[in-house]
Design a protein around this ligand. Sequence first.
Ligand code: SF4
Length: 330
Amino acid sequence: MTITKKGRVFSGARPTGRQHLGNYLGAIKNYVALQEEYQCVYSIVDIHALTTVETTENLRQNIYEMALDWLAAGIRPEESIMFVQSQVPEVTELHMFFSMVTPLGKLTDLPTFKEKARQQPHNINYGLVGYPVLMAADIALYKADAVPVGVDQAPHIEFTREVVRSFNFRYNTNVLVEPQMKATEFPKVVGIDGQQKMSKSLNNHIELASTPDETRARVMQMVTDPQRMRRSDPGNPDICNVFSLHKVFSSPEEVAMIDTECRRAGIGCVDCKQRFAKNLNLSLEPFREKRVALSDKPERVWEILDDGRQRASQIAQQTIRDVKDAIGLP
Ligand code: SF4
């Protein structure tokens, strides 16, 4: 495949179904913007999901809903490659080759592994240990030049770079590319509880595909400046989650007004949240319209994913051929 842009970007996300504001600001918005400069490869990493999911009952539906949200948000499948990880099985082959150049102790020492092991002590499976190796294989398989991630993900990219270096060194080759990290603008979106990262499992999220009324109801539940007890108390927008989201979805004039008025109790939190809900709903209108149109033809979403699978496979098969040649395998 000819690359006419700056290079290739790869990113993967677990199929978590309908996406929320945290997914949008932390990843999808960036995915859409990167299409201007890079050839983008976006994977719905369903194999990764198997390390932690209790049941696969909703897996297909979650893949579909997530793909629908990506498309509605502006991923252009005619330019970018959007596919499901398990449908390009070469990744598991590269994962196996990478496992031979990865010290086991390095994997068990990773903070992410320790954290997962703590979270699910009844199910410390091999997949949890090998997770970063599979992630490195995802990235290297598509010879990605850059990977968009939040700063908290930086150690994973560094790990990938080390695995690629070890492989290239061990087999005296340069067939694999060491990817660069592209830091995302908005790495952490706090949930409506005002404390923890927005997440479905914590039920502190705002779904992109919710109706305007549902969205407004969620926004009205948002925790604001915890020191502001009464309407007459001055607030501090610098520590208020509503304000940090106003900065993304409201006009600079309105943001400046809230910044000033909140500090002198000139605006109440109810009014402020209503304004935010209105602006958020306005911003999400095009997304929702496109989503409704796309969901009228669910088979179209699967066709797009299948087209992505074919284009991803072409790159993957070539990489595996290069890798096998480098190792000396027939
Ligand atoms: Fe936050 Fe707005 Fe309330 Fe100020 S007025 S504390 S910015 S919600």
